[in-house]
Design a protein around this ligand. Structure first.
Ligand code: SF4
Length: 227
């Protein structure tokens, strides 16, 4: 995971089915890279292998989850096609892309205009929520990512040297890499992932079914603020 917060999250009581933690251990991308280096593994020399089933097939929609605006764009690709019953001509929602702290857009989805807002970084999230709470603005669909830029800039990601930080705009480069990866994927929409379709057909029923709700949704109990 790019995220150090996941280490805490995995220990939350809400994420333990029948008292057993759903997640055994969380390893950040930085830790994994160190472990690979320490073990002397040369990835370029490894033979290709298949991924585990059923988690081995992913989509471009999943890839862009890592960048601010990406979760919203992935959801829009699916919602627009389900609502209209037609294939989107262009699945890239450029209006929700970009690294500004708060971005807003009106998006036509099947003839309905959706007011959307994307915030990244907690300061921007607070500012956006204040605007909504005051009644100043209204949105139908909001995406918030805790880290500036999204998971591409998460606390568990590799740390750049001062010189590297000076030389490159790492958030922009990582965002560019994810959008390119998405374009190169054979499947770019979540609802076209054959393994996800099989899981729904064979086990979960349909999105938001009782079983899906029980197993895929969670809730959070309020905690005191640390002062
Ligand atoms: S945006 Fe940051 S806090 Fe949120 S999941 Fe990604 S890495 Fe974790």
């Amino acid at each position: 995971m790019p995220c150090t917060a996941k280490k805490f999250e995995a220990q939350r009581p809400e994420l333990a089915a029948n008292g057993y933690p759903d997640v055994d251990v969380v390893i950040t991308t930085r830790e994994l890279a160190r472990m690979i280096k320490e073990a002397g593994i040369n990835f370029l020399a490894l033979p290709d292998e298949s991924f585990d089933d059923p988690l081995g097939v992913s989509t471009g929609a999943g890839v862009i989850f890592g960048v601010t605006g990406g979760v919203m764009e992935a959801a829009l690709r699916t919602v627009a096609e389900i609502l209209t019953g037609e294939e989107l001509e262009n699945i890239e929602f450029g209006v929700v892309r970009g690294l500004e702290g708060i971005r807003t857009a009106s998006i036509d989805v099947g003839g309905v205009t959706i007011k959307a807002a994307v915030a990244n970084g907690t300061a921007n999230a607070a500012a956006l929520l204040d605007r909504i709470k005051s009644g100043q603005e209204h949105y139908d669909f909001i995406e918030i990512m805790g880290c500036p830029g999204g998971c591409i800039n998460g606390g568990g990601q590799p740390i750049l040297t001062a010189q590297q930080r000076w030389d490159i705009d790492i958030k922009a480069e990582r965002a560019k890499a994810l959008y390119q990866e998405d374009r190169d994927m054979p499947i770019r929409k979540s609802h076209e992932n054959p393994q996800i379709k099989a899981i729904y057909n064979e086990f979960l029923g349909k999105p938001n079914s009782h079983t899906a709700h029980e197993l895929l949704h969670t809730h959070y109990t309020e905690r005191l603020k640390y002062c």
